[in-house]
Design a protein around this ligand. Structure first.
Ligand code: C2E
Ligand code: MG
Ligand code: MG
Ligand code: MG
Length: 282
């Protein structure tokens, strides 16, 4: 129906199988949420100039009793289409904020803020702002301790979502545009939209390699310039080599995350990095 009145799409048996698989995965996910099969890992974000730990992004994992580990690339789309992303996302938000509060109570050099990915479907819920406010108040965090990661497509979703993001920003929650450079939004939107952080998508970082892709490198450099002119924080994601660190820092990326520095870690291991971080002389 979506492809227009005059066109027909053949309903292949494979499509039917996909729908069955999707429905099964969705119902297992629903049980999984209830049974506590979800976990959060935290990928450290580093200051590329000082080399110090700067922040961490919460990334959800699903340990299924028989399927084993299911990657978010598989179950997040299922959660989005079924609407399960709303309770799943609520759990992620509360868990990540509780973890940050506990790190901040334990370590003098704990990170300032935790990054939490938010799907557009969550932003469309009327109660989202209240939910965020309740989690912050219950965990004793300040709004600035939370960075919500949204994709460019969320920003162009409609006025309601934009209003929600504006309200969150007004109360002091920070917003990051995730996978930046891959979306469809126009650059002028950035001026109207209350964004604080640009996260350059990994695909552009991949361009900095032995057989260098000049097009992608040019985009990476342009995004750093854009962030500087708009006074936004620039974060590069998916860094896998020393060379990429050096080049990105020289382009103007103050912050970065990637397997070269650290993979997503269990909370205790991420906390150990904070414990090991030398307290700067006052
Ligand atoms: P994302 O938010 O862009 O997260 C970055 C992804 O890149 C993570 O994959 C991370 O493990 C991976 N990554 C980081 N550094 C490197 C690297 O150097 N090399 C490679 N090859 N990969 C790297 P992950 O954890 O599998 O998550 C995939 C996506 O699933 C996320 O992309 C995000 O869009 C979504 N996601 C994960 N957790 C949540 C969540 O709690 N809520 C929502 N709505 N989405 C989530
Ligand atoms: Mg993210
Ligand atoms: Mg990303
Ligand atoms: Mg990504």
């Amino acid at each position: 129906k979506e492809s227009g009145k005059a066109s027909w799409v053949r309903f292949e048996p494979r499509m039917r199988q996909d729908m069955v698989n999707h429905a099964r995965l969705a119902s297992e996910l629903q049980n999984g949420i209830i049974r506590g099969e979800l976990r959060l890992l935290y990928q450290p974000v580093f200051d590329l100039v000082t080399g110090r730990l700067h922040g961490a992004e919460a990334l959800v994992r699903w340990q299924h009793p028989t399927r084993g580990f299911v990657s978010p690339g598989e179950f997040i789309p299922v959660a989005e289409r079924s609407g399960l992303i709303v309770p799943l996302g609520a759990w992620v938000l509360r868990e990540a904020c509780t973890q940050l509060a506990s790190w901040r109570a334990e370590y003098p050099n704990a990170i300032e803020a935790v990054n939490v990915n938010v799907a557009v479907r969550q932003l469309r819920e009327a109660g989202f702002v209240d939910e965020v406010a309740a989690v912050l108040s219950d965990t004793g965090l300040m709004p600035a301790n939370l960075i919500l990661e949204v994709t460019e497509s969320s920003v162009v979703d409609g006025w309601q979502v934009r209003e929600t993001l504006q309200t969150l920003h007004d109360i002091g929650v920070r917003l990051a545009l995730d996978d930046f450079g891959t979306g469809q939004s126009s650059l002028s939107l950035l001026r109207a939209f209350p964004v604080d952080v640009l996260k350059l998508d990994k695909s552009f970082v991949d361009g900095i390699a032995d057989g260098e892709d000049r097009g992608r490198v040019a985009v990476a450099a342009a995004v750093a310039q854009l962030a500087e002119h708009l006074q936004l924080k620039a974060v590069a994601e998916g860094i896998e080599s020393r060379e990429q660190v050096d080049r990105l820092r020289d382009m103007g990326y103050r912050y970065g995350q990637g397997f070269y520095m650290a993979k997503p870690l269990p909370a205790a291991e991420c906390g150990a990095l904070m414990a090991a971080d030398p307290v700067r002389a006052a």
